[in-house]
Write a protein that binds this ligand. Structure first.
Ligand code: SF4
Ligand code: SF4
Ligand code: FES
Length: 240
């Protein structure tokens, strides 16, 4: 303890936190995985996807944006919360054209991996078969807006880590889509395949060309290590 650290409770476990640390960051350090999609540890929190929604002192709030506080009581894992997460995931699947069997991101995709973790074998809602624009203009990067889950990771990474602000959102509600720097196509921007934003998409929307099948299906990140298990294999949490 450094004098400022404190404890709070998550699903009956005592978790250590520092002032200003978010609930999700403290849980990650303690070996407790809370489902997430828009959260990335290198980015400022955005609170877009609501997958990390927990009961925090009896009220629903996002664990990725809420700072931990001494004595706080968090419930992150119960049937109600997980059912709500299944609803969100189901909607994301059918609002995009997510057909994993034909997607080069399969096995390395956080949306797919979360569906497996939460026991969703296939979407329970009808697909909407949207037709959003594909951008193959860039020599090294391909964009398929049909699979974008509007997490804003690329926007935050391009702006805050790459200093470029290549991406944004256009439209509102169900019509909201990824926009590129107010220009027509990606190759008109300064975007590069070595940008942080090129590798931060959780799904198959931003893909580096000519690399998709380098790792065979069955040996990819989440084929080998289910999502969340890297965090859960840490031993920082005190047992219930
Ligand atoms: S982006 Fe992910 S969820 Fe969507 S089709 Fe590809 S692998 Fe499946
Ligand atoms: S392109 Fe990828 S990173 Fe960007 S908002 Fe869509 S899903 Fe998120
Ligand atoms: S991970 Fe918290 S709202 Fe998306």
């Amino acid at each position: 303890m450094n004098g400022q650290e404190f404890f709070f409770t998550v699903d009956g476990r005592q978790v250590r936190a520092e002032p200003g640390q978010t609930i999700i960051a403290a849980c990650d350090a303690a070996g407790i995985y809370i489902p997430r999609l828009c959260h990335h540890p290198d980015l400022k929190p955005a609170g877009h996807c609501k997958l990390c929604s927990c009961y925090i002192d009896g009220r629903r709030a996002s664990a990725c944006t809420m700072p931990a506080a001494p004595g706080m009581v968090v419930i992150s894992d119960n049937e109600e919360l997980n059912n709500d997460r299944r609803v969100v995931l189901n909607m994301l699947f059918v609002e995009g054209n997510h057909i994993c069997a034909t997607c080069e991101k399969s096995g390395d995709c956080e949306l797919q991996a979360l569906a497996y973790r939460l026991d969703i074998p296939s979407p329970s809602l009808p697909y909407q078969w949207q037709r959003y624009e594909i951008d193959a203009s860039h020599p090294d990067v391909f964009i398929d807006r049909n699979t974008c889950v509007l997490c804003s990771r690329c926007i935050r990474a391009s702006r805050d880590l790459d200093g470029k602000s290549v991406f944004g959102f256009a439209g509102r509600g169900l019509g909201m889509r990824l926009n590129i720097d107010a220009k027509a196509e990606l190759d008109e921007t300064t975007f590069s395949a070595i940008d942080k934003a090129a590798k931060i998409c959780p799904v198959g929307c931003i893909v580096i060309k000519r690399t998709g099948y380098r790792t065979p299906v069955g040996l990819r990140r989440f084929d080998v290590t289910p999502i969340g298990s890297d965090i859960e294999n840490k031993s920082g949490a005190k047992p219930k």
